[in-house]
Design a protein. Sequence first.
Length: 255
Amino acid sequence: MLSKAKIRELRALEFKKFRDGQGLFIAEGNKLVAEMLHAFDCEWLIAHTSWMATQGDIPAKELLLAEDGDIRKISFMKTPQDVVAVFGKPSYSLDEASPEAQLVLALDGIQLPGNLGTIVRLADWFGIGHIVCSKDTADVFSPKTVQATMGALTRVKVHYADLGDYLGKHADSPIYGTFPDGENIYTKKLTQHGIIIMGNEGNGIRPETASFIKDRLCIPPYPPLHETTESLNAATATAIVCAEFRRVAANYEIR
């Protein structure tokens, strides 16, 4: 049976200050936890017998068999599954996120956990291995965001940094951003490396961040002059932009 102290400890990981203070994050769900066990150090895991029986040797420092109602007490899901695990937060070097030979996503103040989680999944899908976030971007290790990444966190490295410092350091690289008055992304010549900046859900890219952008892009509506919605969801816009960069890259490879 879970102790009240352990329940309090796990529930506290809903809050960023506790995740940062302890260097831990929580993940739950049968497939998600199974995937993360091979990528992150597992500090603690509780699961039903049926789930444990499918995993073989489980690399957790502390392992507990779940009794009736245990997982529901600590779950952040509406419909809890068979396993909850606590992992150590990874540490990455920002030097790895070099745009000289790869595409890097940069997020300027993305606030919604669902958007951030979806963007991590998109980066994974399109082979983008690094995302650099402004310090006020939502925490990728919050329970909701971890859930939304669907395991993509095991392959995409998410960094938090002063975005201006990072962009200034790589000012010689191609730097793209999306704006309503930008150049049509479907006719623009795109590179196979550089930085793609996506802005806040409501306010877009901040002026101080925009000052580093060399190529302003827009995703035009179709047909061009018809009345349409004001803007796209941040994750949807990211999907379109990444897909277009990869389409152009594929054409280069065919040639």
